[in-house]
Design a protein. Sequence first.
Length: 458
Amino acid sequence: MALSALDMFSIGIGPSSSHTVGPMRAAGLFAHGLGDSGLLGDVQRVQAELFGSLGATGHGHGSDKAVILGLQGNRPESVDTDTADQQVADAATNGRLVLAGTRTIGFSRRDDVTLHRRRSLPAHPNGMIFRAFGPGGSVLRESTYYSVGGGFVVDQHAVGVDRIVEDDTPLRYPFTTGAQLLEICRREHLRVSDVMLANELSWRTEEQLRSELLHIWSVMKQCVHNGCTRTEKLLPGNLKVPRRAPKLLAALEATHDESDPMRAMDWVNLYALAVNEENASGGRIVTAPTNGAAGIVPAVLHFYDRFIPGADDDGVVRFLLTAAAVGILFKENASISGAEVGCQGEVGSACAMAAGGLCEVLGGNPAQVENAAEIGIEHNLGLTCDPVGGLVQIPCIERNAMASNKAINAARIALRGDGSHKVSLDKAIKTMRETGADMKVKYKETSRGGLAVNVIEC
């Protein structure tokens, strides 16, 4: 299977890639599939059922809203985030749904979108079943989808639901393990970003790739700006979590003590907080590799852009390519889904990706890049996914700030060494997968364990 950097970094909507972006894409696939098969004109009603982690935390993650938006033809990368809630409210109030953006049918939010808090489908924790009914209640089509992390969606026909849809595009330098990637770099005298660039040319020109990645960077920067300039005092939801990014920005801009040795850390915290507060409020976001961990790569990339002399667009492109290479290793060999392996698969993967990307643009060789990524994940192993109230707020937002600084430190530690180390990235990823398999379900994005039950909602 071939994976692109643009698979790891995709533009979507908050608050969750697996619980918001994935369900919206699945609903859209189902709705447009009805049109492609000539069934759309016969549809009288649609029904969606969400299972497992989607059912347990779906309301807090906006999964039901995402399904409604997707059924109406919205796409995560282009849906109007400012009007999304109103679109959903209108469909519920009017009792009408514009299926695939063209066919108006009757709709009951209570009866047609069901979240099963205690039922799961066998193949993956994030399962969905969609049905379309025709005249007389006959079932025109039934489809099952799984949201497998990072916004990736597969249907019931996929081989191994921890994968995206098979892509057999031949790559110049195929790799599925860190050891293979290092061997390619050694044999061909290439950097990690060079290997990724050569592979990306299987899909698009270098100019197209550069344009796409710089667009991803522009969306990341806009997300930080939005998160820093929102005027709402509180994040959505019953937790009433105060926004911190606007106040922190004002404080940093009011003080110009360049002698403070920790000042850069404050800015990194700001960048991560801004992104994840924007994510928590349903704003435009870049999966990196997921929404729950979306603040880490942008925060570290902002650190590079602001604090590293000589930082430029070429470095940004190399950073993202290297980070994507690391992310692909996690996607291929473990999981980036909090519902499958816990938050180690989200924040841990993102920390490793950011550490590897920063290490390369700071001059690290491939062995040092691999070492930085390994350090990034090794010290996130066992991290549980326990969002309080099912909202991607506590502890998710602060967790991104912590992991961003950890990624920078991981890169610096690796750069001080020669790349040799006892624990390989492959072994750390294998350990993450095994730890996730051993982890109790209540610690995997169900809000039934950890902080989610020990912090009182108010």
